[in-house]
Design a protein around this ligand. Structure first.
Ligand code: PMV
Length: 314
């Protein structure tokens, strides 16, 4: 069965686009390939989430998905041959859980398999990164890396100069990605239900950076420090240390202008229910919130659900 990971960014979104580290964890089985039939005609993909059609596109569509399918046809197609692809998703699209990267990875894997092309993971990742540029504009690469490899990934655009101190057992899966030894992280995920496009939120941060480079770079530096502190805390099993890094990261992200009232409300509800930290995950501007809630996951889940938010334990 072919699948691709979704992801939650624990720490470091946005700053990762500007070369600071970020830490993310893969969500296994987020996207599952139902079928991929190689046949004459266009490349067409249909994605279903909870039985509802999430997207439907073909290489003749005048949409971003259409652009992506045209590129796939150029890269992996065999002349006039087409593909009919059916995907099942367990994550909502556009919610900050890495859906477009997961779809990119799954499409590459599915089409390569259907056309009999050998495609190792690193080639899958780099082809998916090329597709992500159409969805996102200027993706850092963290989403396509985690969508391909999963795990607990410390990522830095431009690569690492050795493994940072205090991270025993970290292993490089690509020059940019270190996978940390897995420890279960007591997370709850909740969805604000507010749609947004990653591309637009990332462009808003870009405008802010262009208006005030010095101030915005200082914000990114602070986020980068939170990430390394959080990664070290995870490797030492220090949940309180991770929580401190997440709380500070949320405060800084709110200052960057990517939080919204619904996110702030969900963060408050989670903390009131006993979570040690809660923050937006992904681009923000809507999308999902994560709570770190050792021993209190059910209480956070109940609090979010009682307030009308869709929430689950990954
Ligand atoms: O909202 P998502 O799942 O697309 O995540 C975006 C993460 C950013 O750091 C904001 C952008 C990026 O390319 O890393």
């Amino acid at each position: 069965m072919l699948t691709a990971f979704g992801k939650v960014i624990l720490l470091g979104e946005h700053a990762v686009v500007y070369g600071r580290p970020a830490l993310a964890v893969g969500l296994p089985g987020a996207l599952v390939l139902e079928s991929c039939i190689s046949r004459p005609g266009p490349f067409r993909v249909r994605v279903f989430c909870a039985g509802i059609e999430e997207s439907d596109g073909s290489d003749t569509s005048d949409t971003v998905l259409g652009e992506v399918l045209r590129l796939l046809k150029k890269r992996l197609g065999d002349g006039d041959g087409g593909c009919e692809i059916l995907v099942r998703s367990t994550i909502r699209f556009g919610a900050g859980l890495g859906s477009s990267a997961a779809l990119s990875v799954l499409l590459v894997r599915a089409i390569a398999a259907a056309k009999g092309i050998a495609c190792a993971d690193e080639e899958v990742r780099s082809r998916a990164h090329e597709l992500e540029k159409h969805f996102h504009g200027n993706p850092s690469g963290i989403d396509d890396t985690v969508a391909t490899y999963g795990g607990l990934c410390l990522f830095r655009r431009g690569g690492w100069d050795g493994v940072p101190g205090g991270l025993p057992g970290a292993q490089a899966v690509t020059p940019e990605a270190l996978v940390l030894p897995g420890r279960p992280i007591p997370l709850v995920i909740g969805d604000t239900g507010v749609p947004r496009a990653t591309r637009d939120v990332v462009a808003g941060v870009r405008r802010r950076w262009e208006d005030d480079r010095k101030g915005t770079e200082a914000i990114f530096d602070r986020i980068g420090k939170c990430v390394l502190r959080g990664a070290r805390a995870i490797s030492e099993g220090d949940v309180a240390g991770l929580a401190g890094a997440m709380r500070e990261n949320q405060t800084v992200l709110a200052g960057l202008g990517v939080s919204i009232p619904e996110i702030d409300a969900m963060v408050r509800l989670a903390l009131d229910a006993g979570a040690e930290a809660a923050k937006l995950t992904g681009a923000g501007g809507g999308g999902c919130v994560i709570a770190l809630a050792p021993g209190k996951k059910d209480r956070v889940l109940d609090a979010w659900r009682a307030a009308g938010f869709h929430a689950w334990i990954p």
